[in-house]
Design a protein around this ligand. Structure first.
Ligand SMILES: NC(=O)c1ccc[n+]([C@@H]2O[C@H](COP(=O)([O-])OP(=O)(O)OC[C@H]3O[C@@H](n4cnc5c(N)ncnc54)[C@H](O)[C@@H]3O)[C@@H](O)[C@H]2O)c1
Length: 336
């Protein structure tokens, strides 16, 4: 696979390209408007200078690619994806897929015209612990409720009353994870609590078609040096929880132990806990970037993947995000 990559910034350099290049791919072209970043990443991966480009248009026009990946920003994801698709190239884009549902639909229309897939970087689905828990939750007789929190720090927002970046770059992850776990919400009530400038908390109350309950708290008022996320799906006499994308707890219909001197732990009914061995000398994938990019490469090769975060999922997440913003502004519940 000959991959062209747009955006040689922090996320591509530290997270995505190291994971992508563990697969048998050739980084065949690179693009960034910042010449220093382009040179740094080009040098790191041995991309010849003749295949390093200052504009996406020049990279796409040069040809010789099987697919295009990008980690730039909302407007560029929309524009560059549409340009790549117009040349018949499949796309991987980091989130967000544009600024809103309208942008995501424009990308989906271009994908349909080209007959090529677009995969969106919703890697929360692919974190090893999340994947274990998602599989468990899908095996429950019912998924009655979702409860979760996904925090960040005020770093980027202090003195900036515009929380668009928080919504588009942070919240959007869980606005994919919740529908992925529970189905698409039909209504959403988002309330905000402003602790101080830059320190925003959101409470989201999701309503689903089958009456299931969804509660999500997101905010910018925690230290990034602490674990940032926790979620739970409850069924009937069973619930699964994931803490800090690495610890999975499954609670089931246990029996009381107190009056049973011979009590042990019963297979099939007592709780189970899974955590990875963090000292093992192996490339771990707890955040899910490697599995996400492997999913893209499968899709590129024409292998069907039902867990692939497609641009249709991108539209769904952006529709929830749009409803969230409308609800915050109006102070009442909104249809999604
Ligand atoms: N999934 C995740 O965990 C995760 C984490 C961080 C960032 N991201 C996403 O990745 C994207 C990039 O984030 P980042 O932190 O790497 O930002 P960044 O600013 O470090 O990188 C963006 C790069 O794009 C380049 N760029 C900007 N405009 C360009 C243009 N018109 N043509 C070519 N290059 C251009 C910049 O020079 C920069 O090198 C964002 O959409 C962000 O939401 C995702």
């Amino acid at each position: 696979m000959k991959i062209g990559w747009i955006g040689c910034g922090r996320h591509a350099g530290e997270m995505l390209l190291p994971q992508l290049t563990r697969y048998p791919v050739t980084l065949a072209a690179l693009c960034d408007v910042d010449a220093a970043k382009l040179a740094q990443i080009g040098h790191r991966y041995g991309v010849p200078e003749s295949r390093r480009f200052a504009t996406a248009e020049a990279m796409l026009a040069a040809g010789g690619l099987d697919g295009v990946g990008m980690a730039v920003g909302p407007d560029q994801h929309r524009d560059f994806a549409i340009a790549a698709l117009a040349r018949g190239l499949p796309v991987f884009m980091e989130k967000p897929p544009g600024r809103n549902g309208h942008d995501a639909r424009a990308i989906a229309d271009a994908a349909k015209r080209a007959g090529r897939p677009v995969i969106v970087g919703f890697m929360k689905r692919f974190s090893t612990a999340n994947r274990v828990a998602i599989n468990l939750a899908r095996g429950f007789g019912c998924r009655a409720s979702f409860l979760g929190q996904y925090m960040t720090a005020p770093t980027y927002f202090v003195g900036d009353p515009d929380y668009t970046g928080f919504y588009l770059h942070h919240c959007v992850h869980y606005l994919d994870l919740v529908p992925h776990l529970m189905g698409r919400p039909v209504r959403l009530h988002a309330r905000k609590h402003l602790i101080a400038p830059g320190k925003l908390m959101l409470h989201l109350d999701f309503a689903f078609a089958g009456g299931e309950l969804g509660t999500l708290v997101m905010g910018t008022n925690q230290s990034r040096a602490t674990p940032m996320e926790w979620w739970q799906v409850m069924g009937d006499h069973e619930r699964v929880e994931v803490r800090n994308v690495h610890e999975v707890r499954l609670y089931r219909a246990s029996s009381f132990k107190v009056d049973d001197p011979a009590a042990t732990l019963a297979d099939g009914s007592d709780a189970m806990v899974w955590e990875p061995n963090l000292t093992v000398a192996a490339n771990e994938d707890h955040k899910g970037y490697h599995a996400l990019l492997g999913c893209w490469l499968d899709v590129l090769a024409g292998k069907p993947r039902e867990d692939a975060p497609t641009i249709a999922d991108g539209i769904a997440a952006m529709d929830v995000l749009d409803a969230m913003v409308r609800s915050i502004e109006a102070g009442r519940a909104m249809a999604v």
